[in-house]
Design a binder for this molecule. Structure first.
Ligand code: GLU
Length: 446
């Protein structure tokens, strides 16, 4: 395949949420897998609802996911290009002015439904003469503009769904331009996809009908068609759609909750797939797991508990290099041996702080049997400690005290860490060191 260009095209009218991540990641991973490029396009033609704060938040959330666009455009910069395309569609007779008000259209739809007819726009405006239009405009009415659909079946070979087709005879002619001259979604999207050379449009299956309309617009403009792929949408565990209203499922909310971005990315694309959802160590590894043609159409149910569990499992296998900077940001000057010792006990990365405290102190030890602790202290080997020190020490403690099993290990764990559970002591002991270990065995805060 020649180097593909994919895009994600959010409207900066709100925060990205977990549902958006599925689309974003399918695109990003596809670009990664096939050495392609990834375009971030802000669909901000709705000037009233688009906000620069949301555009900034989207860029920030993408960066958190590890998604770095190769280039960024915004539609509000490109209006002249859409005007030129609209002029060409008008000349070709594919864009026609309509004067109905929203109320009129609504009443018409209700009448159609009452008569058992599909609520498709009846193209009444096509019958207007030049005089009718002049008259309406003299009354102060401004036209909105609809794209004249050809009443035919539009078919494509969907990257995910295989053979797909939509009968455009059953669709309303879509409004491309509002009364105030602003553009709705379709025309800018097609013009940009064509002009920027997008090769693969990968988006949710809520866009299947749009794709049929857009294919007709591409063709009317004489533009080459990209490939299209439509994935199913994430739903809640009970099968409802995820919406922007679910604030805590926004990427911001998830980030604040301490969930791993890699886990969010992995779950968003692996959920509902035949391969088990599993942790990955990098986006490149994830890219190798996702093949669009194999994306399952089974319901993709998003479960917050599954995300939490996957996030923890993601941490448990992350190499030190992948987290070193983040540990520094958390104020934990951790070393690789520390990371490898504690990562398996983390739910969230933030939990490292508590384990750092256990290793560095000060810590209040729990000494249940001072005589036993003193006996253990007396056979603690000299430093340097290594991975075998724990074993040789506990063997010596067993020989000196006769304790074994839980009676041997639990008092040592409580004395050294103050806790009943935690990372392998074989790994912790060298990190704690002899001096602190002796103090803790003596019941001193250290
Ligand atoms: N702005 C559109 C949306 O967020 C883009 C859809 C598309 O990918 O074409 O739904």
């Amino acid at each position: 395949m020649t180097s593909p260009l994919v895009r994600t095209a959010p409207s900066p009218t709100g925060f990205l949420h977990i549902g958006n991540v599925r689309s974003i990641m399918f695109n990003w991973l596809f670009a990664r897998r096939y050495s392609g490029r990834f375009l971030l396009r802000y669909d901000d033609t709705d000037l009233a609802r688009s906000k620069p704060e949301f555009a900034d938040a989207i860029a920030e959330d993408l960066a958190w996911l590890g998604v770095v666009p190769d280039f960024v455009i915004k539609q509000s910069d490109r209006l002249a290009i859409y005007d030129a395309a609209a002029a060409r569609l008008r000349e070709a007779g594919r864009l026609y002015p309509c004067y109905e008000t929203a109320d009129e259209l609504d009443r018409r739809r209700k009448r159609q439904l009452a008569r058992g007819l599909p609520p498709v726009y009846d193209r009444a405006a096509l019958k207007l003469t030049a005089e009718d239009r002049a008259q309406l405009e003299a009354e102060g009415r401004k036209p909105h503009w609809r794209f004249l659909l050809e009443p035919r079946v539009v078919a494509w070979n969907d990257l995910i769904r295989g053979e797909a087709h939509v009968d455009c005879a059953s669709l309303s002619d879509q409004v491309l331009i509002r009364e105030d001259g602003s553009y709705l979604y379709h025309l800018p999207s097609v013009v940009d996809d064509a002009e920027t050379g997008v090769t693969h449009v990968i988006r949710g299956e809520d866009h299947v009908t749009n794709t049929a309309v857009q294919i007709q617009i591409f063709e009317a403009l004489g533009a080459a068609l990209p490939f299209f792929g439509h994935h199913n949408l994430l739903t809640t565990a009970s099968g409802e759609g995820l919406s922007k209203r679910l604030g805590h499922l926004s990427l911001r909310g998830l980030r604040e909750s301490g969930v791993e971005a890699l886990a969010v990315a992995a779950l968003a694309v692996l959920v509902g797939s035949s391969d088990a959802v599993r942790p990955v160590a990098s986006l490149d590894e994830l890219a190798g797991l996702v093949e669009l043609a194999h994306v399952s159409r089974a319901p993709a149910k998003f479960d917050e508990h599954e995300l939490e569990a996957l996030s923890a499992r993601t941490l448990h296998q992350l190499p030190y290099d992948a987290v070193a900077e983040r540990l520094a940001v958390l104020g934990v000057p951790a070393t690789e041996p520390f990371w490898l010792a504690v990562r398996g006990n983390l739910g969230k990365l933030d939990d490292v702080k508590a384990w750092w405290q256990v290793v560095e102190g000060p810590l209040h030890p729990v000494v249940t049997d001072p005589a036993f602790a003193a006996a253990a202290a007396s056979v603690l080997p000299a430093e340097p400690f290594d991975a075998t020190s724990w074993k040789s020490w506990t063997q010596a403690v067993a020989a000196a005290t006769g304790a074994k099993g839980k009676a041997l290990f639990m008092p040592l764990r409580l004395a050294l860490t103050g806790l009943e559970h935690g990372p392998e002591l074989a790994a912790l002991l060298p990190l704690i060191g002899r001096e602190k270990a002796l103090k803790r065995l003596a019941g001193e805060t250290a």
